[in-house]
Design a protein around this ligand. Structure first.
Ligand code: ADP
Ligand code: MG
Length: 394
């Protein structure tokens, strides 16, 4: 179901908006190492600033478990935002309280205030109604804009709770883009539709596999999760990553999916989980007893990239191998290139897969690189995300 967005809001001049963004950026010694998430919020902020709205931005950062902790402060984020916008950005000392009230009232048209980390209060994750109410009353917001797709799978005070105390709740432009592309992958794909699934574990992706295979034309499996399926086919897998308790489920999935579900035919095996381990390329039915499979092999790369080429829609989640170690990155690199070169719509979702395409410098050649790791998987698994469900239907 499509949602109303900031584009559907009129007469924003002077209006105060509570904008939930995802500024959960990686930090090292107080320095931001990747500001992709801050940049991703700029289209929404731009749109609202031009309309003359007054913006109060809320986000979490990290997992502060003991209340306010300087290392989880959003101050460096506000600084970076100021640089990116080339405009002043105020920073509040907390996300509720008298100072927030005063600073929100001081906002003029087109100005913005960043609230301190909402997770400094345990009521945030508990979705405490009184806390959600305070977020709205202390900021004086009348409209909720959710642009934090990456946290939309959690019903927290700032992602869902606030929607009950404002007159309107709409999606930001990043949220809209996520819903449009991932909605295509989940509900209304163009055909041929190819899904590529890899990564560490089958158990993380069961719902996605089950939900997708009635919609895809082929489902290409690689990465560590392939070994649970290979074991289900009766192959010897050495020390490769196998989830014993999922082998039976894998067998059922193989039966249900039939020839749509494809498994690697060759792999790169190694004597240890180490960059400089001894390695060999072998058919998947061969592996020395103490060795482990750490990447898909060249024949699989060829078959999978050929399957992706004619696709009108490709969705990829999960690396094809242990790409963090160069000798086992070929499969993931080849898949990233295949998506980048495909003429159809290409979508990548999942924390590590996104990191892989970004590292490989291919992110801008992919139609949609999802910012929501866990959220994109829950969405594709068919779950309604609470931070989306609370927004107005279009
Ligand atoms: P995503 O975050 O994209 O959803 P996952 O978290 O499921 O992906 O999996 C990513 C991890 O899977 C990576 O750290 C990668 O090293 C690991 N992986 C991929 N292939 C293998 C393999 N054959 N054996 C062990 N680990 C693997
Ligand atoms: Mg991951």
């Amino acid at each position: 179901m499509a949602k109303r967005t900031v584009r559907d809001l009129q007469d924003l001049k002077g209006a105060r908006l509570f904008v939930r963004v995802d500024y959960n950026v990686p930090l090292e010694n107080g320095r931001i190492t990747d500001d992709t998430r801050i940049r991703a919020s700029l289209p929404t902020l731009d749109h609202l600033v031009k309309a003359g709205a007054r913006l109060v931005l809320a986000s979490h950062l990290g997992r502060p478990k003991k209340g306010p902790t300087p290392e989880f402060s959003l101050k460096p984020v506000a600084e970076r935002l100021k640089d990116l916008l080339g405009a002043p950005v105020a920073m509040a000392p907390d996300c509720v309280g008298p100072e927030v009230r005063r600073m929100s009232e001081d906002l003029r048209d087109g100005e913005m205030l960043v609230l301190e980390n909402v997770r400094f209060h345990k009521e945030e994750e508990a979705n405490d109604p009184a806390f959600a109410h305070r977020l709205v009353t202390d900021t004086g917001a009348t409209i909720f804009v959710n642009d934090a797709f990456g946290t939309a799978h959690r019903a927290h005070a700032s992602t869902e709770g606030v929607s009950h105390y404002v007159s309107r709740s709409v999606a930001g432009l990043l949220m809209e883009k996520e819903l449009r592309y991932l909605g295509m992958a989940r509900d209304a794909p163009d055909h041929p539709y190819v899904a590529v699934l890899g990564g560490a574990k089958v158990s993380d992706k069961i719902a996605v596999i089950e939900n997708l295979f009635s919609k895809v034309d082929s489902l290409l499996v690689g990465g560590g999760m392939a070994y649970t399926f290979l074991r289900a086919e009766g192959l010897v897998t050495g020390k490769s990553l196998v989830e014993e308790e999922k082998v039976e489920l894998a067998r059922r999935l193989l039966e249900k999916a039939g020839p749509k579900l494809r498994l690697p035919m060759d792999h790169v095996v190694a004597s240890a989980f180490k960059e400089d381990a001894e390695r060999r390329t072998l058919p998947v039915d061969q592996i020395p007893a103490d060795w482990m499979g750490l990447d898909i092999g060249p024949a699989t790369i060829k078959a999978y990239t050929e399957a992706v080429r004619p696709a009108k829609l490709v969705f990829w989640n999960g690396p094809m191998g242990v790409f963090e170690m160069k000798p086992f990155a070929d499969g993931t690199l080849a898949m990233a290139r295949a998506l980048a070169e495909s003429s159809g719509t290409s979508i990548v979702g999942g924390g590590d897969s996104v990191a892989a395409v970004t590292q490989m410098g291919l992110a801008d050649k992919i139609d949609h690189v999802s910012t929501g790791g866990g959220a994109s998987l829950e969405f594709l698994g068919g779950d309604e995300l609470p931070g989306v469900a609370c927004l107005e239907d279009a």
